[in-house]
Ligand binder design. Structure first.
Ligand SMILES: Nc1ncnc2c1ncn2[C@@H]1O[C@H](COP(=O)(O)OP(=O)(O)O)[C@@H](O)[C@H]1O
Ligand SMILES: [Mg+2]
Length: 433
């Protein structure tokens, strides 16, 4: 307001050439001056009147321009309100975010049909050709509403195409939600969206291809985790934590993934892990308690399952379950008998906190290959993440910081690997000869 007042005062001075104080002084001297020159006074009054009108016009138009400027600023800010909260200090090149524009620019086949917002619209015919008419042998994985196919675009670029049967409202919502969220998120540990299209009652989402498939297939598929060493597992956990930290701490509004699990953690050719499957993710904190209960058995936090209470700590719980899968090589829910299941959490909990038992339940593929101190640390983190009381669980940022020292420098952590043989249990007395 003060600025406005000064501004108009300035305009007044500019047009009349005097300030109010000077005007008052002038009035004083006028009284003392002779009043005989009438014609001069009349023309002076006409001039003042004209100047007053001009001043009003200038003032009004300036006011309107300022209001328009403020309005456009407000609209611009609202449009851009979904942004990472702040730039986080990034430790390595791998952590620097990619922007979709330059990423897409590298691939001619994806620039095809113009853009809708920041998502490339891909021609259905091209996807049909690239997947050999959605040939079964090109299936990479199967999900709730359809399959994901490997596709070779015209410029030989390999991509993954999710085909969603949008016959139900739930499928349409998942399709729109995933495209909407992924088009706004770019992070090295979150899958890149390359484009999308709809054809008849089917939705298609094009992603970067993750050559090593999902963590679930790597751990529980035919290779049974043999491709994943201890350090690689720790790197995968760190990557997933980085992706999750970005969603929780750097997106505004924060994003809760809601379906974090090993089949939604994908691995690229170098085993870099990225979070995928954002169909159920929620971005708007205000509505997060009014949405339909969704998730996967074994990963759903108890408070969400029982009371529908959804927070970022629900993702931390699911992350803890993934950490247990990486440590123990077991599925989150194992079938015991025909109708009996056992969760990895209830099965492992008593042994995770007992240092003498813990080494015996580690995945046989990595048994005795790690520093026991590190094993105890990771088990302690996992135990905290799967606490039934959400407030006892750590934030994903704390989890991330506890994992960084366990990952070798060359894999994106801070661990300098000096010894080749695993160290002995620090709890045991030194061996005597
Ligand atoms: N970009 C990708 N690269 C390689 N495989 C993928 C890719 N996206 C998905 N998949 C495979 O398809 C499976 C299902 O994909 P997902 O996006 O999780 O679909 P849904 O929403 O149906 O669960 C994944 O678990 C994975 O095995
Ligand atoms: Mg999935």
């Amino acid at each position: 307001m003060w600025a406005f007042a000064s501004f108009f005062h300035f305009i007044f001075i500019f047009l009349f050439g005097i300030s109010e104080k000077e005007e008052a002084k002038r009035e004083g001297t006028k009284e003392r001056q002779s009043t005989g020159i009438q014609e001069g006074r009349e023309s002076h009054q006409m001039d003042s009147h004209k100047k007053m009108v001009m001043a009003l016009i200038v003032a009004c138009s300036t006011l309107v321009s300022i209001l328009l400027l403020l309005l456009s600023l407000w609209i611009y800010r609202r449009k851009n309100s979904y942004k990472p909260q702040k730039k986080k200090p990034q430790s390595s090149d791998a952590e620097k975010g990619l922007t979709l524009g330059p990423f897409l620019g590298r691939f001619n086949s994806i620039k095809m049909f113009g853009k809708k917002g920041s998502v490339s619209l891909v021609d259905y015919k091209i996807l049909e050709k690239a997947t050999n008419n959605f040939l079964e042998s090109n299936i990479l994985g199967e999900g709730g509403f359809g399959c994901v196919y490997k596709a070779r675009m015209e410029d030989n670029l390999l991509v993954a195409v999710k085909k969603l049967d949008c016959g139900s409202q739930d499928a349409v919502r998942e399709f729109e939600n995933e495209v909407d969220l992924l088009s706004k998120i770019q992070h090295p540990n979150i899958i890149s969206l390359l484009g999308c299209c709809t054809h008849c009652d089917t939705g298609f989402i094009v992603y970067e291809l993750m050559h090593n498939g999902s963590l679930e297939t790597q751990l529980h598929g035919p290779s049974r985790g043999s491709a994943l060493t201890w350090h690689m597992r720790m790197k995968i956990a760190l990557d997933a934590a980085r992706g999750l930290e970005y969603l929780h701490e750097h997106c505004r509004p924060p994003v809760i993934h809601r379906d974090l699990k090993s089949s939604n953690i994908l691995l690229d050719a170098n085993f870099n892990a990225k979070l995928s499957d954002f169909g159920l993710a929620v971005a708007d904190g205000a509505h997060k308690n009014n949405i339909k209960l969704s998730g996967t058995l074994g990963y759903v936090a108890p408070e969400y399952l029982l009371d529908g209470k959804l927070t970022d700590k629900s993702d931390v719980y699911a992350f803890g379950v993934v950490l247990l899968e990486l440590l123990l090589g077991r599925r989150p829910v194992e079938k015991l008998a025909r109708s009996q299941c056992q969760s990895i959490v209830t099965w492992a909990m008593p042994q995770l906190t007992d240092r003498s038992k813990l080494p015996n339940i580690v995945d046989p593929v990595i048994k005795d290959t790690m520093d026991l101190k590190h094993l105890y640390q990771v088990a302690a983190v996992a135990v905290l993440c799967v606490q039934p009381e959400p407030s006892y669980r750590p934030l994903i940022t704390d989890v991330l910081h506890s994992l960084v020292p366990l990952v070798p420098v060359e894999l994106g952590g801070t661990l300098r690997v000096t010894q080749t043989a695993p160290s002995v249990d620090p709890a045991l007395p030194p061996a005597s000869c």
